[in-house]
Design a protein. Structure first.
Ligand SMILES: C[S@@+](CC[C@H](N)C(=O)[O-])C[C@H]1O[C@@H](n2cnc3c(N)ncnc32)[C@H](O)[C@@H]1O
Length: 284
C-alpha cells in the first residue's frame, strides 16, 4: 500500500461530493483574484504568525502542539491522488503532515553530517522529526524572522541542547551561516523565492554535503482536473517557486550537482500541492 492509500485508511478520509468540490473550486477562483495584487514578500506577516506560536509555546504545557503553524489547521479538506477528501477532525491534518515529512526525511542516506541546517524553519515544527532521526547531530534552525529564531532558541531547552537558531535571508547576498559540508533542509520555504534561482546559486556555492527540498513544485502539479488547473494558477498568482527542476537538471548537466532522488507524495492541502521532493548533492 502506498503512503497515500495508507493515510486514506488510517485517518478514515471521506471523499468530497461533486457539489463540495465545486465550492472549493469557487474558493480557489476567488483566491486567484485576491492574490493578483498581493505579490509582496513581506516579512511582517511571518513575524506576526510566528509570534503567535512563540507566545503559545511559552504559555502552553504542550509545546509540541504549539509549534504547529496555523495554516495547517485552517481546513479539514485535503487532496489525495488528485481528489478531494475530508478528515474527521482538524487535528488530523498536522498529524498527516508530520507523517509525510517523516517519510521523506527517512529517504535521506544514512551518513553522518557535521551539522543539519533548516532554511526557513518558521515555527520550527519539523525540529522534533529531524532531531529524532539525527539525535546526535547539531541542528541549526534558521529563518529571516526574529520570532522564528526565538522559537528555535527556546527549543534548545525544550527539546535538545543540540538545537540552535540563527538568521538566514534567502535574498541576502551574504549570510553568516556556513552551509559547508552540512545537510541542508527546506520544507515549504523555497516556495517563497518565486523564480529567483540566484538563491539556489548561493546555496550551491556554499558547498553543502547534501540538500533535501520538500516544496510545492508547480511542474509536478496534476493538470487533468479543473481543481488541478486552478491550483497551478493560484501557485503562479502567489509568485511561488518556479523553475527548480530545470535549474537542477541544467546544473547536473554542467557537472555542478547530482540529483540522488526525487518524487512526489500525491497529497496536498486545499490550496496547494506541497510534497514534491528532491535530494541532491553539490559536486566539487
Ligand atoms: C510556509 S513557511 C514554512 C516554515 C517551515 N519550514 C515549516 O515547514 O513549517 C515559509 C517560511 O519561509 C520563511 N521565509 C520567507 N522568506 C524568507 C527569506 N527571504 N529568507 C529566509 N526565510 C524566509 C518564512 O519566514 C517562513 O518561516
Amino acid at each position: 500500500m502506498g503512503l497515500e492509500e495508507e493515510l486514506i485508511d488510517r485517518y478514515k478520509l471521506v471523499r468530497l461530493t461533486t457539489d463540495e468540490v465545486s465550492i472549493i473550486e469557487l474558493n480557489l477562483k476567488n483566491l486567484i483574484k485576491k492574490f493578483t495584487t498581493t505579490k509582496s514578500r513581506s516579512i511582517q506577516k511571518w513575524e506576526i504568525g510566528w509570534k503567535e506560536n512563540l507566545i503559545e509555546i511559552l504559555n502552553s504545557k504542550d509545546f509540541e502542539n504549539a509549534l504547529i503553524p496555523k495554516y495547517l489547521t485552517k481546513s479539514k479538506n485535503l487532496r489525495v491522488n488528485g481528489k478531494y477528501y475530508r478528515v474527521e477532525q482538524i487535528s488530523d491534518i498536522p498529524l498527516i503532515h508530520h507523517q509525510i515529512i517523516d517519510s521523506l526525511l527517512r529517504k535521506l542516506p544514512k551518513v553522518d553530517f557535521e551539522k543539519i541546517i533548516e532554511l526557513g524553519a518558521g515555527s520550527c515544527n519539523n525540529a522534533k522529526l529531524i532531531n529524532n532521526l539525527f539525535p546526535n547531530t547539531p541542528l541549526l534552525l534558521t529563518d529571516w524572522s526574529n520570532e522564528s529564531i526565538s522559537i528555535a532558541k527556546h527549543l534548545t531547552t525544550l527539546l535538545s541542547n543540540k538545537i540552535s537558531g540563527a538568521f538566514y535571508d534567502f535574498f541576502a547576498l551574504e549570510n553568516k551561516v556556513d552551509l559547508f559540508n552540512c545537510l541542508v533542509i527546506t520544507v515549504h520555504s523555497l516556495e517563497q523565492i518565486g523564480s529567483d534561482m540566484t538563491v539556489l546559486e548561493r546555496i550551491l556555492a556554499k558547498r553543502p554535503k547534501l540538500v533535501l527540498n520538500i516544496e510545492p513544485i508547480v511542474e509536478d502539479y496534476e493538470t487533468s482536473s479543473e481543481a488541478g488547473t486552478l491550483l497551478i494558477k493560484l501557485h503562479n498568482q502567489r509568485d511561488y517557486f518556479t523553475g527548480f527542476p530545470s535549474w537542477l537538471r541544467d546544473n547536473e548537466k554542467k557537472g555542478k550537482l547530482r540529483i540522488l532522488q526525487s518524487g512526489k507524495v500525491k497529497i496536498g492541502t486545499e490550496i496547494s500541492e506541497p510534497y514534491s521532493f528532491y535530494i541532491w548533492e553539490p559536486i566539487y
